[in-house]
Design a protein around this ligand. Structure first.
Ligand SMILES: [Ca+2]
Ligand SMILES: [Ca+2]
Ligand SMILES: [Ca+2]
Ligand SMILES: [Ca+2]
Length: 592
């Protein structure tokens, strides 16, 4: 089937105006006159400009802008620029006077709502203003997950997760922390007033008048006084563990703070000001736990109707039982958010568990990004097995101590950013996402920000974006055609030199007139991974795919429209063979 008119040509890619968001100054115009008028006197120029701008009734004055033919004109009432130029043959160009801003903007936050927690400024992952952290790192403005934008665009998002239960399966949660204690989940079966019935009760629980401290298993789940969670560190056949979930390491508390630290003037701000943090401790002070402990903790979370599980842990060893446990959790409606791992490895080839477990509805594997939205060097990645990324380097959150706060780095820190956002979405849109982990995962992927660098490293190609998520914005590159069938293929032949040239920055356009969707087929590519790459954009300049590394017979992601702009970029070293595009595949949604 022949393709309708594939066209190739050099396209100018940068189409954005530098002054796109310029504010204009009312009543002021910059005017360039025809150069033959340079010899006019000031009075003659004044008369001419006055005539052009509506006569003496409207014209206020003018001044020369240190050029023979260029003036600033002031008028009482704004005029139509096109009309002035059309009606006065003496006027060459008229432009409204507008405001130009320096590119490094001031650091004031132009938002109605900014949390008053004292360390919010350190939370670059929520809102990156290029602020200086206590430690020196090069920051990129806007490289963040758009939390402040989300809170402002949809203020309900701040407290939306008040009834959403997030199980932090980790080293425990610091129960005395000023930023967390109010957001601890309470087991409904283990609190409420209780009275000692006999001497045994008094002896066992002196001074206790509540189910949470009576030494009894009030909800009959086999665990005594499990008010906020449980501790499986010493769990064994003869030891059920205990109710002391308090963190002795800091890791779990850090995760908890990202998900739900109070907005209370002190410390940090959680993604959610209100949320139910279930403290399930199975990792010891050394940060180690057992398979059995992990399975127990996950089953506990499911039993107690957790909505989200945060798993900031793992390893290369697979377990079928843990896998089955997590599959069950997914089918029961929990979204399981797993850190991708910190080994700098590609999880598609070197699996990390639990992140890599397949067939789990909603399992979301999370890589870590840093201050410029690039993957942090230590973070695992994988176009098939790692779904999204989130900030995970030098993250400020809660730690040990009543007022303990500190930075930590890792995919461990990235996962709770996603878990926290998941909780927010469940709270905001329960009919869409509550107990629907796969739908929520797909949504978080679909609303994420695709970047050139993350495209080839992650399934979603990007970083979770809270603003897009609360507002229902799906970026163009993330949309998908409604139909899977009916794609038509035709041959194409575009290729780099073999081997390719250094310092290439080449752009061309592939067009298949009239198609609704288009994708391109690479016969072969062999490019220095992450350095030399082919970037694919739609006709409006929206990035939708990045091709790098090695592959054969690879179809790009689909994009809406009939245009693919191909950008080929290489650094100063030639490292490989290059690429060839051998086909273009199109879908016409008008066809039957
Ligand atoms: Ca109990
Ligand atoms: Ca009890
Ligand atoms: Ca706080
Ligand atoms: Ca190279």
């Amino acid at each position: 089937m022949a393709l309708r008119g594939i066209m190739v040509g050099v396209a100018f890619f940068a189409s954005q105006s530098l002054f796109a968001d310029a504010d204009v100054i009312k009543g002021e115009y910059v005017v360039q006159l025809d150069s033959r008028l340079n010899s006019l006197t000031k009075e003659e120029t004044s008369q001419l400009l006055s005539n052009a701008f509506g006569g003496q009734g409207n014209f206020v004055g003018h001044t020369r802008l240190r050029a023979e033919d260029t003036f600033l004109v002031k008028v009482k009432k704004d005029v139509e620029v096109e009309r002035v130029m059309r009606e006065s043959s003496d006027v060459s160009i008229v432009e409204q006077n507008f405001i130009i801003r320096k590119f490094d903007e001031s650091e004031t936050m132009d938002f109605d709502f900014v949390p008053n927690d004292e360390k919010f400024q350190n939370q670059w992952g929520f809102y990156n203003t290029k602020q200086r952290l206590d430690q020196k790192y090069p920051m990129t403005r806007g490289a963040d997950m758009k939390i402040l934008e989300a809170w402002n665009a949809e203020p309900r998002s701040i407290d939306a997760a008040r009834d959403v239960i997030v199980a932090v399966i980790d080293t425990g949660i610091n129960k005395d922390h000023e930023d967390l204690k109010e957001n601890l989940w309470r087991n409904p079966g283990e609190f409420g007033s209780w009275q000692p019935q006999n001497q045994d009760d008094v002896d066992r629980a002196p001074g206790c008048w509540d189910k949470s401290c009576n030494g009894l298993d009030d909800d009959g789940n086999g665990l005594v006084d499990d008010l906020h969670g449980w501790n499986w560190v010493r769990f064994s056949t003869d030891n059920p563990g205990n109710a002391e979930f308090n963190d002795d390491q800091g890791h779990g508390t850090h995760c908890a703070g990202v998900i739900g630290a109070k907005h209370n003037q002190v410390g940090v701000s959680g993604i959610n000001n209100k949320v139910q943090l279930m403290a399930l401790k199975f990792l010891s002070r050394k940060g180690e736990g057992t398979l059995a402990g992990a399975i127990e903790a996950i089953n506990y979370a499911v039993e107690k109707n957790a909505d989200v599980i945060n798993a900031s842990w793992g390893g290369s060893q697979a377990s079928k039982i843990l896998h089955n446990t997590i599959i069950k959790a997914g089918h029961s409606g929990v979204i399981f958010v797993a850190a991708a791992g910190n080994s700098s490895l590609n999880n598609d080839f070197f699996p990390s568990y639990p992140a890599n477990y397949s067939l789990v509805p909603g399992l979301t594997s999370v890589a870590a990004t840093e201050f410029n939205n690039q993957r942090v060097y230590f973070s695992n990645y994988g176009k098939r097995n790692v779904h999204v990324s989130a900030p995970g380097h030098v993250i400020m959150s809660t730690v040990l101590g009543k007022r303990g706060y500190n930075y930590m780095s890792g995919t461990s820190m990235a996962a709770p950013h996603v878990a926290g956002l998941a909780a927010m979405m469940i709270g905001l849109y329960p009919e869409k996402f509550s107990r629907k982990p796969e739908a929520l995962k797909q949504y978080l992927m679909g609303t994420s920000t695709r970047t050139v660098a993350l495209n080839w490293q992650l399934k979603s190609g990007g970083l979770v974006n809270a603003h897009n998520a609360v507002m229902g914005i799906i970026p163009v590159g993330n949309t998908k055609p409604e139909r899977r069938m009916g794609w038509k293929s035709s041959r194409a032949n575009f290729r780099s030199a073999h081997p390719y040239l250094p310092n290439t920055d080449k752009t061309y356009e592939i067009k298949s007139r009239g198609s609704s969707w288009v994708r391109v087929k690479f016969g072969k590519f062999s490019l220095e991974e992450g350095v030399d790459q082919v970037e694919l954009y739609d006709g409006e300049g929206n990035l939708f795919d990045t091709i790098t590394g090695i592959g054969e017979n690879v179809l790009s992601r689909p994009v809406k429209g009939d245009t693919v702009i191909v950008k080929f970029k290489t650094d100063s070293n030639v490292n490989d063979w290059g690429y060839e595009i051998i086909g273009v595949t199109t879908l016409d949604e008008g066809d039957l």
